[in-house]
Ligand binder design. Structure first.
Ligand SMILES: Nc1ncnc2c1ncn2[C@@H]1O[C@H](COP(=O)(O)OP(=O)(O)OP(=O)(O)O)[C@@H](O)[C@H]1O
Length: 237
C-alpha cells in the first residue's frame, strides 16, 4: 500500500529524515513512534505531498506521491487541524466528500459527529469550536473520505479520555474494514493492542521496527509494555 525508498529530507543543512526504507501492507495498522524531533511529522508530510523530499521515492498503491491517484487513495489528519474558517462543521464534511467523490455520506457523517459528540455543533463555524472539537472535526474529515490509506499525525492530542476511547474504537473499525493506517503518536497505551507493527524513529533514522512481540523478543523482555520497549530502544547509550 505504501513504499518508501531511500527517503531523505533536509531543512537547510539539517537532515530531519535520513535514508528511510519501509513498506506498509494493505490492512496493516502501523504506529510511528519516536522522541520529539525524531522526524515523524516530516516523514508523513513528505509522504502525503506537503513537503518535497530531498531524495528518495514514495509510492502509494503503486502511484507516485503527490499524484491525483495517490491523493485519492490516502487521507491525512495533521497534528494541527487544518480547517476552513468560513465553513461550518457540516460544510467541511460536504467539501471533503465532494473532493473524494464519496456518495451517500450523510448518514456516516452524522454517526461520526455523534460519536465524537459534536453533532450539536454541525452548523457552527470553526472559530466557535474548542481545540479538542477542532481535532475531532479534523478526524471526522479524515475518516469520511473513505480513503484506503489513512495517516494520523498525533491524533489523540487535545482529546478527552472518552474521545480517545472512541478514536481507538474507530481505528479498530477501520482496521476491520481492511484500511491501512499509519499513526504517529506519543500516547502508546491506546495503540498498543491495535497496531500490527511499530516503526521507531530517532534522529531521522529507523532504530527499531516490528510487532510488539518481535521487539520484546529482540530485547529479551517477554512481558514488556510498548512504553517499556519504546523507552529501552530510544535510550541514549
Ligand atoms: N520547517 C522546519 N524548518 C527547519 N527545521 C525543521 C522544520 N520542521 C521540523 N524541523 C526539524 O526537523 C526535525 C524533525 O522535526 P519533526 O517535526 O518532523 O519531528 P517529530 O518527530 O514530528 O517531533 P514531535 O514529536 O516533537 O512532533 C527536528 O529537528 C526539527 O527541529
Amino acid at each position: 500500500m505504501l513504499s518508501v525508498q531511500n527517503l531523505s529530507k533536509k531543512y537547510g543543512k539539517h537532515l530531519a529524515v535520513d535514508q528511510l526504507n519501509f513498506m506498509l501492507h494493505r490492512g496493516e495498522v502501523v504506529g510511528l513512534l519516536g522522541p520529539n524531533g525524531a522526524g515523524k511529522s516530516t516523514l508523513i508530510k513528505c509522504i502525503v505531498g506537503l513537503l518535497r523530499p530531498s531524495s528518495g521515492e514514495i509510492h502509494i498503491n503503486g502511484h507516485a506521491r503527490g499524484s491525483r491517484a495517490a491523493r485519492q487513495t490516502s487521507a491525512y489528519v495533521s497534528e494541527i487541524p487544518q480547517l476552513y474558517a468560513m465553513l461550518s462543521v457540516w460544510q467541511h464534511l460536504q467539501f471533503i466528500t465532494s473532493a473524494y467523490e464519496v456518495e451517500h455520506w450523510e448518514e456516516k457523517a452524522e454517526a461520526l459527529l455523534k460519536t465524537f459528540e459534536i453533532w450539536d455543533k454541525k452548523d457552527e463555524f470553526v472559530k466557535t469550536l474548542s481545540k479538542g472539537m477542532r481535532q475531532k472535526l479534523s478526524l471526522c474529515c479524515g475518516v469520511i473520505s473513505n480513503a484506503q490509506l489513512v495517516f494520523l499525525d498525533e491524533p489523540m492530542v487535545g482529546l478527552d479520555p472518552k474521545a480517545i476511547k472512541n478514536l481507538k474504537d474507530l481505528i479498530q473499525q477501520l482496521k476491520d474494514e481492511g484500511k491501512t493506517l499509519f499513526i504517529s503518536t506519543h500516547l502508546l497505551d491506546p495503540i498498543e493492542s491495535i497496531c500490527n507493527r511499530v516503526i521507531v524513529l530517532k534522529k531521522g533514522k529507523i532504530i527499531a521496527e516490528g510487532s510488539l512481540e518481535d521487539l520484546r523478543h529482540q530485547l529479551g523482555e517477554e512481558h514488556a509494555s510498548l512504553e517499556e520497549v519504546f523507552l529501552e530502544v530510544t535510550a541514549d547509550v
